[in-house]
Design a protein around this ligand. Structure first.
Ligand code: ARG
Length: 461
């Protein structure tokens, strides 16, 4: 490369770019990970140029062979990226010309880096979404299997983090499953909307060559070409949508994490996590810390941050392409990496969650979780619900004072609050009686949980 000019646009310039500016404006350090999709896009573009009569048979063959050679070199770590060549697109193009000579300079006919990069990110993100949704399904399968096993295990259900009513642990796990069903659908929806091919938009206005955009789009597995050239090169909605969907997945994983952290504490002691998902303390010998859920909860912050970065990146951009867009990559890449890591950790860990049914049941009893059942019992006996609520409230206050659950009181004690109470009351005061009686679609009865498990297994790919 000459001192005074860049080889890609030397004609217009009288001096070379400042060394710091070259580093400052370069994206090769991070966009090199688009290499495979950049080459895939270039091969399709070359085929299209050939079909349209712009490239000869030999030219197309030389270009494709050259690109395949470069791909092999990259995968074997034989390529040294150059900051002077700014980004992945110009690095590969320069390499191609080095390899095959003048014909390499024809690849960029009818194309710009603007439609090229818009295509590359879509191709790359489409593949990543497929990996991510696979990982969501793996996690869902783990949850469903565990829920099946734990359908009869009873824990306290909470509102306001105060003991509310007993629920099946399996039911709780299936609630997590439902969050992931929505996440999966959101990602598929995002994939559908990004699956359009910007190639042919060129810099912003289209090109004078007789291109066939439908052909390029179909070679690359896109649904069809994008419609408007200005929009094609400037649109990053798909990246924002993806980050929004990712932020929701992370929010869900973070809520699960919070519960796992609580449940593994000595105060709850509802579950144990295998040692290999935890770490110890360098000073406190007794410690076993739930690092994996804690880290997942923490990493949610950076993914939420990336969503805001991208929204802010786009908010003031005039049409069409602006260099600002180069800043879309790092947040997007980190979102993908973070999300994949967190999903993998969760999918690996969830099948090994060990419940402690005794502790869960004990906690449910301590919290008067069957109080609503007693009120409902009194309603069946003819009392208005508001009055029943009052009666049970007094019984609970007595239980708090005496240190007794409702089910531990004698019939005599209970009848002190209402003579509508009979021997049959003890059936509704047990945890399992309470859980079993919520037996309808979406309820916590163990057979409803098993039904939800069955439906999930049919639904999962
Ligand atoms: N590295 C650039 C990016 O990431 C590629 C497109 C550059 N286009 C341009 N006209 N400077 O967006």
């Amino acid at each position: 490369m000459s001192d005074s000019s860049n080889q890609q646009w030397g004609g217009r310039f009288s001096e070379g770019v400042d060394a710091f500016v070259a580093r400052f404006t370069a994206s090769i350090d991070f966009d090199k990970r688009l290499y495979r999709h950049d080459i895939e896009g270039s091969v399709a573009h070359a085929r299209m140029l050939h079909k349209s009569g712009v490239l000869s048979n030999n030219e197309m063959a030389a270009i494709i062979q050259g690109l395949e050679g470069i791909l092999a070199d990259i995968e074997q770590g034989k390529i040294r990226w150059s900051v002077e060549l700014e980004d992945i697109h110009m690095n590969i193009e320069a390499r191609l010309t080095e390899r095959i000579g003048e014909t390499g300079k024809k690849l960029h006919t009818g194309r710009s880096r603007n439609d090229q990069v818009a295509t590359d990110i879509r191709l790359w993100l489409r593949d990543e979404i497929d990996l991510i949704t696979d990982e969501i399904v793996r996690l869902q399968k783990g949850l469903v299997d565990l829920a099946d096993k734990e359908a009869e295990t009873i824990m306290p259900g909470f509102t306001h983090l105060q003991t509310a009513q007993p629920v099946s642990f399996g039911h709780h796990l299936m609630a997590w499953y439902e969050m992931l069903v929505r996440d999966y659908e959101r990602l598929l929806d995002c994939r559908k909307r990004l699956n359009f091919c910007p190639l042919g938009a060129a810099a912003l206005a289209g090109t004078t060559y007789p291109i066939d955009r439908n052909y390029t789009a179909s070679l690359l597995g896109f649904h069809r070409p994008t419609r408007n050239s200005l929009d094609s090169v400037s649109d990053r909605d798909f990246a924002i949508e993806f980050c929004a969907a990712a932020a929701l997945v992370m929010t869900h994983l973070s809520r699960m994490s919070e519960e796992l952290v609580l449940w593994t504490s000595a105060q709850f002691d509802f579950i144990a996590l295998p040692d290999r998902f935890c770490t110890g303390s360098s000073i406190m010998p007794q410690k076993k810390n739930p690092d994996v859920p804690e880290l997942v909860r923490g990493k949610t912050g950076r993914v939420n941050g990336h969503l805001i970065s991208l929204l802010t990146l786009m908010k003031s951009q005039p049409l069409a392409y602006n260099k600002d867009n180069q800043e879309d990559k790092e947040p997007l890449f980190d979102t993908v990496d973070t999300l994949k890591g967190c999903l993998r950790a969760f999918a690996d860990m969830v099948p090994h969650i060990q419940s402690k049914p005794e502790n869960m049941a004990e906690a449910a009893r301590r919290g008067f979780s069957t109080a609503t059942d007693l009120a409902d019992y009194l309603v069946v006996k003819g009392m208005a619900f508001r009055n029943a609520h009052e009666v049970v409230g007094k019984a609970v206050a007595y239980g708090v004072k005496e240190g007794k659950d409702l089910s531990e009181m004698t019939l005599e004690e209970l009848r002190g609050f209402s003579d509508a109470i009979g021997e049959d009351v003890f059936k509704v005061l047990t945890l399992s009686g309470s859980v079993k009686s919520r037996n309808h679609l979406g309820g916590t009865a163990p057979n409803q949980v098993r039904e939800a498990v069955r439906a999930a297994r049919l639904h999962l790919p």
